[in-house]
Design a protein around this ligand. Structure first.
Ligand SMILES: NC(=O)c1ccc[n+]([C@@H]2O[C@H](COP(=O)([O-])OP(=O)(O)OC[C@H]3O[C@@H](n4cnc5c(N)ncnc54)[C@H](O)[C@@H]3O)[C@@H](O)[C@H]2O)c1
Ligand SMILES: O=C(O)C(=O)C[C@@H](O)[C@H](O)[C@H](O)COP(=O)(O)O
Ligand SMILES: [Zn+2]
Length: 362
């Protein structure tokens, strides 16, 4: 199996996704950018810094004249404009110019935040993604969506800004806490549900090896998810249409994430949102009862909570309507025509959406 995918636009290559089992190959990949007279700022969070910063710094310093480091406290609650402001201040202090580069070393929080700073600092500088969580390896590092939360509204401020490279070290999965691994599985299962029934089946068949983090099976999984995301974002890079399918599970998921003050993980909220959406699909006659239950049980088997407590429907509905996915006043909801095929529905009534929420609310 090849260890590389290339993201293209109109048939022209834009950037590569490399899947390796160490950070060593970063040297060769970044040499291509000829940074001998330029600087790189590694942006990372406090947890990842303790694990991987020194190793990555040592590799990058072989092909770049100066390495600078910006470390912020880990957690979704820091994916905001305050942290971006601190990063801008750091870059100004360190005299970063348009030819210098940022490197996002970490999970989706780091990638989204660093990518947004790269999109806006000096009207845009280059950045690379070095994703270290399952979620960031399968989803957030690819496709150029960058941004931060604003007033706890998810990704309310952002930009499309493509990385120059995505360098995935699968071995980083081995240090990931269990709940973070299962959070990534929420997005992985989503990929199967919206686009590829065979992938969904393969995930169920390989449950034990995946949860044991067998790296050869994880590699196949990351590759398969990357292929799905590549196909979607190449066709619709700025979400004019089909890219919205990647938002399956997110409409209610984002509302829960916000209302729970980010105490629940993103991928878990997405999984919960997929279970709620599956109920709506079943009530609309698109999925059978068995299929709805299969989706619920699959999420549970991969460690994703399928219930949430303490949320009122009114609060959830208000938060849902304040998310970005509104279309001329209606909530744009992603549903499944069948397992493996998504579509966007702007006609759901409040009662239909509430029936979905009832499937997960306790
Ligand atoms: N841009 C996109 O297309 C996109 C797609 C999906 C999700 N997202 C965003 O991604 C974010 C979630 O990303 P995430 O789940 O990676 O969260 P995260 O970045 O907060 O990482 C999760 C936790 O794991 C730690 N960590 C990271 N790598 C580790 C490793 N190898 N070993 C041990 N610990 C490690 C981090 O320090 C953090 O505490 C959300 O903000 C979500 O909105 C963006
Ligand atoms: O890449 C996309 O497009 C996605 O929708 C992937 C999602 O998993 C991700 O959480 C994304 O950030 C959500 O999109 P948003 O526009 O609602 O922020
Ligand atoms: Zn997501």
């Amino acid at each position: 199996m090849t260890d590389r995918l290339t993201i293209c636009r109109n048939g022209d290559p834009i950037y590569d996704i490399c899947m390796k089992t160490s950070f060593d190959g970063l040297k060769k990949e970044t040499e291509a950018f000829d940074l001998r007279d330029h600087k790189i700022c590694i942006v990372t969070d406090s947890n990842v810094a303790a694990l991987y910063l020194e190793e990555v710094k040592a590799v990058l310093s072989q092909c770049c004249s100066k390495i600078s480091v910006f470390i912020f406290p880990a957690g979704e609650e820091n994916k905001n404009l305050n942290t971006v402001k601190e990063l801008y201040e750091h870059l100004i202090r360190e005299h970063f110019d348009r030819k210098d580069m940022l490197a996002a070393l970490g999970g989706g929080v780091t990638g989204d935040l660093c990518g947004f700073a790269a999109a806006t600092y000096l009207r845009g500088i280059d950045f690379i993604q070095i994703p270290t969580t399952l979620l960031s390896q399968v989803d957030s590092s690819i496709g150029g969506k960058t941004g931060v939360d604003f007033d706890a509204y998810k990704n309310m401020v952002g930009a499309f800004h493509m990385p120059r490279l995505v360098y995935t070290n699968l071995e980083a999965l081995l240090t990931l806490p269990k709940e973070q691994f299962s959070s990534g599985m929420g997005e992985v299962i989503k990929h199967g549900l919206i686009r590829d029934k065979a992938y969904y089946q393969w995930l169920k068949d390989n449950h034990d090896a995946i949860m044991a983090r067998d790296l050869s099976v994880c590699r196949e999984m990351v590759f398969w998810s990357n292929e799905i995301k590549k196909a979607v974002v190449e066709k619709d890079p700025t979400e004019q249409g089909e890219r919205a399918y990647l938002n399956f599970g997110h409409t209610l998921g984002h509302a829960v994430e916000k209302l729970k003050d980010f105490s629940l993980l993103h991928g878990h909220c997405v999984g919960l949102g997929c279970v709620a959406a599956a109920r709506i699909c079943r009530l609309k006659g698109l999925l059978t009862w068995q299929e709805e239950m299969d989706i619920r049980e699959t999420m549970e088997r991969f460690g994703i909570p399928v219930t949430v407590n303490g949320l009122s429907w009114d609060a959830v509905y208000q938060a849902t309507k304040s998310d970005k996915k509104m279309d001329s006043g209606s909530v744009k909801f992603i549903l499944l025509k069948k397992i493996g095929e998504a579509y966007a529905d702007c006609t759901l009534t409040e009662q239909e959406i509430q029936a979905g929420f009832d499937a997960v609310s306790v």
